[in-house]
Each structure stands twice: as structure tokens, then as C-alpha cells.
Design a protein around this ligand. Structure first.
Ligand SMILES: Nc1ncnc2c1ncn2[C@@H]1O[C@H](COP(=O)(O)OP(=O)(O)OP(=O)(O)O)[C@@H](O)[C@H]1O
Ligand SMILES: [Mg+2]
Length: 254
């Protein structure tokens, strides 16, 4: 199967405006796809549609070869997601939460505990086993959310800004783990504003702007000789020095 994600004219409308506008994504199986775009471009809305959190208003999507509208449960069993708005059950410990998630995927109890233990150790979340997740810092919640997204060894993983609020050491651990997951054959679809990370990790890149896909392809194809930042800035059309408009900073309008 060549594509893990294939969308045709996928569309979401809010207040009569297409915030995701006839999107044709092609994410090759086994690729590490970086989905880039400025704030409000439609990245999270796309992920929410693809993971079944919200319904599209138009178009079609196939994940792992299955139609999203026809086989949502079969798809959900085989994917993992770190959503933009983390939704953890706050009155559980990290271990309880992970085992709960694993059991939802019908994992045997022993395997669930073993994997949860390994994940908590790997992410350094095992220091205070009695802490409830409501006591966790933002970065700790993000790491726990990542652990929950991969505990059932999914074939396709959606990560909506997994590095946001994560310290440098943890970011490195996560980068290594994600690269290993791809090496084992998983496909990763990630959004991030940190272009250096995308350049380091991703094999493929797509840029979305105002709901429309501006470009997609291999990292080399998209970034060309220019580098990703140059391509990104010119794709989203904000090349001017915007600070020049701030009169109180002594810009051009002062
Ligand atoms: N529930 C909603 N109701 C109305 N408008 C929404 C809703 N969710 C998103 N939008 C709008 O859709 C557009 C795309 O939002 P989205 O969250 O997908 O952007 P994004 O690319 O993820 O941005 P960011 O980089 O800031 O996370 C924005 O204009 C946003 O205001
Ligand atoms: Mg977002």
C-alpha cells in the first residue's frame, strides 16, 4: 500500500469559511511527514478530521487503505494521536492512565503493565508514581500523552506539536524514539513550528496556508537548495519585516 494517508478535497467549514480547503494529502507509508503552516492555517483541524474527532464537511480520506467514513473503528485501532488539546483523565496516576488506555485497545493486562512501565521509565515519568496527572507540569502531560499514543504500537501516529513545551533533553529522547518508530515501519504525521526539528527528522513535508496545501513532497523537493525556513516564509507570503509597522519600536512608521 503506497499511502498511509490519502485525502481528496478534504474540507472543513467554520462560519461559512473553509478553514481546510479541498486538501489533497499524500502521505507515503513509512514516511515521516512534517505538516507545516502558520498559526490558524488548518493543521490541527486536519488532524482532528483524520483522527475522527470532528467530521469533515466535504471530501474523502483513506487511512491505511481504509475509508475514514466507512471503517472508523478499524482505523482507530491502528493509529495513535497526541492531540493539540491534551485530554488526560486527571484523577489517575500516569501508570493507571496508560494501563487504562492499553486495556481499551484490548491489550492483555500483563503486557499493558510492562509496556506502561517501560514507557514511564523511558520518558522519566516514574519518579513520583503516586502523583495524579492533574499535578503534572505541561511538559510532563505532553510526554504522558505521547506514551499513551504509542502504547499499542500503532502503524500511523499523529503528533500535533509534540515538542511544544518540552525540555531539550526530553525532546532528544522523543526525537530518537520517533526516528526508531519510523525505522520499524510506522508512519508519522507531525505538526511543528520548529523547522530545525522538521529538517532533522522528516522525510516528507507539506505546507498549508489558509486551509490550502501550498506544496508537498520529499524534504529535498520542498526545501530545494533554499532551506526550509526560506521556503516556508515565501510560501506563506510574509516576507516583509513586520516589526517595521510597529511605530513604538522605532520602525518605519515612527
Ligand atoms: N471549533 C472551531 N470553531 C470555529 N473556528 C475554528 C474552530 N477550530 C478552528 N477554527 C478556525 O479554523 C482555523 C484553523 O485552525 P487550526 O486550529 O486548524 O489551525 P492550526 O494550523 O492548527 O494553528 P496553530 O499553529 O495555531 O495551532 C482558524 O482560523 C481557527 O480560528
Ligand atoms: Mg494547531
Amino acid at each position: 500500500m503506497p499511502y498511509s494517508i490519502e485525502t481528496t478535497a478534504l474540507t472543513k467549514v467554520y462560519h461559512k469559511k473553509a478553514v481546510v480547503d479541498r486538501l489533497d494529502l499524500r502521505v507515503e507509508s513509512g514516511s515521516f511527514y512534517g505538516f507545516l503552516g502558520p498559526n490558524g492555517a488548518g493543521k490541527s483541524t486536519t488532524i482532528k478530521m483524520l483522527t475522527g474527532l470532528i467530521a469533515p464537511d466535504g471530501g474523502e480520506a483513506r487511512l491505511l487503505g481504509l475509508r475514514l467514513d466507512r471503517k472508523p473503528l478499524d482505523i482507530k485501532r491502528r493509529i495513535g494521536v497526541v492531540p493539540e488539546d491534551l485530554c488526560l483523565f486527571e484523577n489517575l496516576t500516569a501508570m493507571e492512565y496508560l494501563v487504562f488506555v492499553a486495556r481499551m485497545y484490548r491489550m492483555p493486562r500483563n503486557t499493558a503493565y510492562r509496556r506502561a512501565e517501560e514507557l514511564l521509565d523511558w520518558l522519566g515519568l516514574d519518579e513520583n508514581p503516586k502523583a495524579l496527572t492533574l499535578e503534572f507540569s505541561h511538559g510532563m502531560k505532553k510526554k504522558l500523552s505521547l506514551a499513551a499514543a504509542v502504547i499499542h504500537d500503532p502503524e500511523l501516529i499523529f503528533l500535533d506539536e509534540p515538542f511544544e513545551g518540552i525540555d531539550a533533553i526530553a525532546a532528544r529522547t522523543i526525537r530518537t524514539a520517533l526516528a526508531r518508530m519510523v525505522q520499524r515501519g510506522a508512519t508519522i504525521f507531525l505538526t511543528s513550528h520548529i523547522l530545525e526539528i522538521v529538517e532533522k527528522l522528516c522525510t516528507h513535508v507539506g505546507i498549508i496556508h489558509q486551509g490550502r496545501l501550498v506544496t508537498q513532497g520529499t524534504l529535498a523537493e520542498v526545501s530545494g537548495g533554499a532551506g526550509l525556513e526560506e521556503v516556508f516564509v515565501s510560501a506563506v507570503g510574509r516576507t516583509e519585516d513586520t516589526a517595521a509597522g510597529l511605530s513604538w519600536l522605532g520602525g518605519a512608521g515612527a
